[in-house]
Write a protein that binds this ligand. Structure first.
Ligand SMILES: NC(=O)c1ccc[n+]([C@@H]2O[C@H](COP(=O)([O-])OP(=O)(O)OC[C@H]3O[C@@H](n4cnc5c(N)ncnc54)[C@H](O)[C@@H]3O)[C@@H](O)[C@H]2O)c1
Length: 399
């Protein structure tokens, strides 16, 4: 039998002729000729990291495929990812981004749909894509749409929706992360009110997750950004901190209230909280620093934040890691629910659909983990491995 996870279909390295910066594109798999996966920019990004993220996208797409659902319009795509090894705050970064998109333009036009990820905002990616001569960062999927014009209008309208100062596109991912947390708490019979949460990252994912969890009654007791940790055991003022962020998700320390103290960078990890949400960088929790984790759940809003050895050690201590491929899959799914027409350009409809889908998925994964006696990550991989051959048979790799 062939493996449900063969080697990546396309894997390439680009070198910028101006700065020498490297960029990577990995298309892990195609479904109907198309793949989905964001573009990240960070100093130190590697091809191996991008390949791991592309594989994760294959799984996220498969996990949102329900072979029995005849109503769903969105049919999952393959997985892919792009990455550029450059500091997004470097003055040369925008030029690097435009040249990378120019170089990979044939892939964006035909097989790779992309969007913002770590270090980049959707506005910036859209602006650079237009400068690189692209119609849209998701144009490869247009031939699969029944009504391309209506679909594009719906997506554009959805991107224009804001809720209390934040764009809907910046909120749906965190809505999905928060719902994963709440589903885990409900399953364990733990009340939302008063449950404490600590996050690493306060950008798109971390910021939105903190908003949804604080509005659900949890106390956000620590937040780390690139400058360090901000903590208050009685609960931070999340909305005030959201309003004090710069374009890269760093909080202006001048906006801190009395009682909100500044702590070292890794203090978020050891916070006295029931839930930890790594929502910034990959490889944040390793075999050594996992020893300081006191939480009962680690909920992966970021991609690949917990290293495998760390997860084994955490599991041995009874700490559950809810995996990235499940927890942070909401943003990607929302793009496609909107474009294919499962949801309209409406915040309440988008949040409702996201909540139902995430709660169902977390339930399936935890049921499978209990049945197989394995971690939620192994259970999620097993569910994806069951679904991928069905997708391949029904839709094919190429259109
Ligand atoms: N944006 C999305 O739609 C999306 C979807 C799924 C997964 N993710 C994943 O979520 C993670 C965060 O993405 P994002 O889009 O929210 O990024 P972002 O750039 O919007 O925000 C990143 C946040 O992390 C902080 N940060 C950066 N380096 C840090 C460090 N070393 N220590 C502590 N904090 C640090 C920044 O200050 C900022 O608050 C990434 O792993 C990304 O792949 C993002």
């Amino acid at each position: 039998m062939t493996s449900p996870f063969p080697a990546p279909l396309i894997s390439l390295t680009w070198t910028d002729h101006v700065t020498g910066a490297e960029g990577y594109l990995v298309v892990d798999r195609l479904v109907r000729g198309v793949s989905s996966g964001g573009l990240r920019m960070r100093k130190g990004c590697t091809l191996a990291e991008v390949a791991g993220l592309a594989r994760g996208m294959t799984m996220k797409e498969a996990l949102h495929f329900d072979a029995e659902d005849t109503q769903a319009r969105y049919i999952p795509l393959g997985g892919a990812k792009g990455g550029i090894d450059c500091d997004p705050r470097d003055p040369a970064a925008y030029g690097v981004l435009v040249r990378f998109l120019r170089a990979v333009r044939p892939y964006v036009e035909s097989v790779w749909t992309t969007g913002e990820d770590l270090g980049l905002s959707q506005d910036l990616v859209d602006r650079a894509a237009a400068e690189a001569g692209l119609v849209s960062t998701v144009q490869a999927v247009f031939p699969l749409l029944d009504d391309e014009e209506g679909a594009r209008r719906r997506l554009a309208d959805a991107f224009a929706v804001t809720v209390d100062g934040l764009g809907l596109d910046e909120l749906v991912g965190g809505c999905g992360v928060a719902e994963s947390v709440l589903a885990a708490l409900d399953r364990a019979g733990v009340a939302h009110a008063g449950t404490r949460v600590s996050l690493q990252g306060f950008g798109t994912m971390g910021g939105a997750t903190a908003r949804f969890l604080s509005r659900a009654g949890l106390a956000v007791v620590a937040i780390a950004d690139v400058k360090g940790t901000i903590a208050d055991p009685s609960g931070l003022d999340v909305e005030a901190l959201l309003a004090a962020r710069d374009a890269h998700g760093a909080v202006d320390r001048g906006a801190l209230r009395k009682g909100e103290e500044e702590l070292p960078a890794d203090a978020w990890l050891a916070a006295d909280a029931e839930v930890l949400v790594p929502a910034a960088v990959s490889y944040a929790v390793d075999a050594v620093n996992q020893a300081s984790v006191r939480a009962r759940w680690v909920v992966e809003a970021a991609n690949m934040p917990v290293l495998p050895e760390a997860e084994t050690l955490l599991a041995a201590r009874g700490i559950t890691v809810l995996p990235d491929v499940v927890v942070n899959s909401g943003t990607n799914a929302w793009w496609w629910w909107t474009l294919f027409g499962d949801v309209e350009a409406d915040a309440e409809e988008a949040f409702g659909h996201t909540r139902r889908a995430m709660r169902a998925l977390v339930g399936q994964v935890l049921d499978r983990a209990a049945a197989d006696g394995c971690t939620p990550r192994a259970a999620a991989h097993a569910l994806a491995a069951d679904r991928l051959p069905v997708m391949a048979e029904r839709f094919g790799w190429y259109r």
